[in-house]
Design a binder for this molecule. Structure first.
Ligand code: UDP
Length: 253
């Protein structure tokens, strides 16, 4: 059997050439990284959960008319996606203060923001993905003004959709990151949601207890990342409710 061609390998995913032109196969690894890959581990089953969760969110976005790269899930760890030209920016939406915003601005973690705040970071590991302004983005040509307007509009629609999905299962969407890609339909280009949407790229807190159910569990050594992601998947109905752990079988007496 011919070996398929690896197009790109990132920290948590691998992209392979897809079966048709204009497609990629996106493979979700179990690798977890934080602090610009200074902290690393392998979390059994994380890739399987993120593949299913990203499928769940992208399908929902399609159903409400938000364009995205998802075509179909292939197997436990892989999905077929549309190939896009990734805009080299991370688009972050914040509903409550957390993470770098609390450090940068001295705002207490968990403070409700007066409105969702959209931020852009340059995708550049060597520079530590620095926060950049719209002025920087236009001046250095990372995206145009229309792209910026479209990215903000997309990000806010994704925010409303995700906030509602999570609220329905007792989870507060504190903040999240998306990546956006450019596609051409004939002579027309448009921007669509790309990459992944999973607890790796969101901050998720239990509404009642404040328990963290996202990658901060790994960043801050707060417990089992696998248990946290399994709980998110279970609540959303992505895993059957009787599954309590993705990898460990339960002993029956
Ligand atoms: N985020 C991400 N990838 C990054 C940086 C941030 O997915 O490279 C997500 C992060 O999980 C959080 C949101 O974007 O949900 C805001 O992150 P923040 O700027 O607070 O940075 P962090 O504290 O995570 O370094």
């Amino acid at each position: 059997m011919a070996r398929r061609k690896k197009v790109y390998e990132g920290k948590a995913k691998i992209l392979y050439e897809g079966p048709e032109p204009g497609t990629f196969v996106q493979y979700f690894k179990d690798d977890a990284t934080a602090f610009n890959a200074q902290k690393k581990d392998v979390i059994d089953g994380k890739g399987v959960l993120n593949n299913r969760l990203s499928e769940f969110f992208m399908k929902g976005l399609t159903q409400i008319g938000v364009p995205n790269h998802f075509i179909r899930r292939i197997n436990m760890r892989e999905q077929l996606i549309r190939s896009v030209e990734i805009i080299p920016l991370e688009v972050i939406v914040r509903n409550f203060a957390a993470g770098s915003m609390t450090e940068r601005l001295g705002i207490a973690e968990g403070t409700a923001l007066p409105r969702p705040i959209v931020e852009f970071c340059l995708k550049d590991d060597a520079l530590g993905d620095p926060l950049v302004s719209e002025e920087h983005i236009i001046a250095f040509g990372w995206a145009g003004q229309q792209d910026l307007d479209d990215m903000v509009a997309l990000a806010l629609r994704v925010n409303d959709f995700l906030s509602g999905c999570f609220l329905a299962v007792g989870i507060k969407l504190v903040d999240f990151k998306i990546e956006v890609g450019r596609v051409w339909d004939g002579d027309f280009q448009r921007l669509i949601v790309a990459d992944e949407i999973s607890p790796d790229s969101c901050r998720l807190w239990d509404i009642e207890t404040g328990e963290k159910l996202d990658k901060d569990v790994f960043r801050k050594d707060l417990g089992s990342l696998s248990d946290a992601y399994t709980e998110v998947a279970r609540r959303l109905g992505v895993l059957p409710s009787n599954v309590t752990h993705a990898t460990k079988p339960t002993l029956i007496n």
